[in-house]
Ligand binder design. Structure first.
Ligand code: TYM
Length: 354
């Protein structure tokens, strides 16, 4: 371990209080789902509208930790950007960009590969789930994935990260990396980030199996609602969603041990803005045969304007690329000076261009 960095190595700065700044990301590894919308996108818009500085990223470098067809990756990255904007992200107020356009992510990711410990990474449940029995054959990038995620966040000295429940462990690792870096180098350089996991839809479940997360990588398209689904498809998927045979309960407690019922009520709550208790009160003793059409109607009312706007935006890919380039320039302007301080702290000579 080296001696603490001097103020000179810290770019002349003394330890600071970090200003509130939000960072979050979504992988363009497939079409976005209702889970992504309720667990992430919708809340990204709320945070932007609260007036906090917000930086949102399509993490294409994360996506290639598993195989991506290049043409599809390009298409899904643009579609992801269109979804952000259609859902209410204003690229003038928030910074919206794709990760690979800001090289500082990969650079800090490498440094964090040297901070994070093998044991920490080996405990990541998402890695274990994704690798399954095939861990000798998955990419090294999939194993290192959470260190790059920590870099995404800490590169901006972000203090808050809105995510769904499934990202909690990765954010704990981000905190561990920040703390270890600060300790190893004797600095107070990286903030300890707060995960924002809030609301009724932090874990939207599959429509076919209430014990599995709704996911863009589920082989069954019936398991999820995609942001590109039309009204008839959404209604049909909800109509066919798995449920039990009981009517809806009279109390929130009555949803316990009824994962499919709980999931549909949570989705209704998140889409309507009503609390789960209010939804349960409104639909107490209602059969699914009556509840499902109401849920479908609500989902279509909320999602079809977004789908329509996405389609409109996708007709002009050059405009999307221009927005991503502008976002990347603004992201880079924040990230580069922070990365240069990291290089100084870690003892790298940076004499070019001086
Ligand atoms: P990803 O692309 O899998 O998902 C993007 C966001 O959507 C949330 N989400 C859900 N929320 C509720 N219910 C669901 N069924 C559901 N499915 C997905 C995720 O929790 C996430 O918030 N590792 C991240 C991407 C990432 C990132 C970051 C996030 C890379 N760098 C930095 C935050 C900060 C991921 O794979 O998300």
């Amino acid at each position: 371990m080296s001696s603490p960095a001097s103020p000179d190595q810290m770019g002349g700065q003394t330890p600071k209080a970090f200003k509130p700044r939000i960072f979050s990301g979504i992988q363009p590894s497939g079409g976005l789902t209702l889970g992504n919308y309720l667990g992430a996108l919708k809340r990204f818009v709320e945070k932007q509208d609260e007036g906090i500085e917000t930086i949102y990223c399509l993490v294409d470098m994360h996506a290639i930790t598993v195989w991506q067809d290049p043409a599809k990756l390009r298409q899904q990255t643009r579609e992801g950007a269109a979804a952000f904007i259609a859902a209410g992200i204003d690229p003038a107020r928030s910074i919206l960009f794709n990760q690979s356009q800001v090289g500082a992510h990969a650079e800090l990711g490498w440094i964090f590969n040297c901070v994070a410990r093998m044991g920490w990474m080996g405990r990541m449940t998402q890695f274990k789930d994704k690798a399954g029995k095939n861990s000798e054959n998955v990419s090294l990038g999939l194993f290192a994935y959470p260190a790059l995620m920590a870099a995404d966040i800490l590169l901006y000295h972000a203090t808050m990260v809105p995510v769904g429940e499934d990202q909690k462990q990765h954010l704990e690792l981000t905190r561990d990396i920040a703390i270890k870096f600060n300790n190893d180098y004797g600095v107070d350089f990286f903030p300890v980030v707060e995960p924002l996991i809030e609301g009724a839809a932090t874990r939207v479940m599959s429509l076919r199996d209430g014990s599995k997360k709704m996911s863009k990588s589920d082989p069954s398209d019936q398991s999820r609602i995609n942001l590109t689904d039309d009204a008839d498809t959404i209604a049909a998927k909800i109509r066919k969603a798995k449920t039990d045979t009981e009517p809806l309960p009279e109390t929130v407690d009555g949803l316990r041990d009824r994962p499919e019922a709980k999931n549909l009520v949570n989705i209704y709550s998140a889409l309507s803005g009503q609390s789960v208790a209010e939804v349960v009160a409104e639909f107490a003793n209602t059969q699914f045969g009556s509840f499902k059409p109401r849920l479908a109607e609500l989902a279509v009312a909320r999602l079809s304007p977004i789908t329509g706007e996405m389609n409109r935006l996708m007709a002009d890919p050059a405009e999307i690329d221009r927005i991503l380039a502008d976002g990347a320039d603004r992201a880079d302007a924040i990230a580069r000076p922070i990365l240069e301080q990291v290089y100084a702290i870690t003892g790298m000579i940076r004499s070019r261009g001086k």
